[in-house]
Design a protein around this ligand. Structure first.
Ligand SMILES: [Zn+2]
Length: 108
């Protein structure tokens, strides 16, 4: 099996991708709740947190074995600090404000 063809998730049978693990898989529901990562609004800071977690994982990942993916995911999620989260929220709010300004300009 090549590294380019991730197997199915052992938990739910979906295609096993990092996105699946981070945003879809029930096995990480608890982590997502603990980190407050369940919001689904536009301009969601979660996207920025995911980007951080994914790049953290991408640096380390060399396997799609579930046990390793799980360990890496937990490490990456643990490495998200409160201040990372706050920075991402600020950033999301800034983008939101900027888009709002653009919207006003376009409409006037
Ligand atoms: Zn799953």
């Amino acid at each position: 099996m090549s590294k380019d063809e991730p197997p199915s998730c052992e938990t739910c049978g979906q295609r096993l991708t990092i996105k699946h693990i981070l945003t879809e898989c029930l096995i990480y529901e608890q982590e997502r709740l603990e980190l407050n990562l369940t919001e689904t609004l536009n301009y969601n800071p979660i996207e920025l947190i995911w980007a951080q977690v994914k790049s953290e994982m991408a640096k380390k990942i060399d396997t799609f074995k579930m046990v390793d993916v799980e360990r890496l995911t937990n490490e990456a999620l643990d490495s998200v600090s409160k201040s990372d989260w706050e920075k991402c929220v600020e950033h999301a709010e800034k983008i939101q404000d900027e888009d709002y300004e653009k919207e006003i300009l376009r409409d006037s």
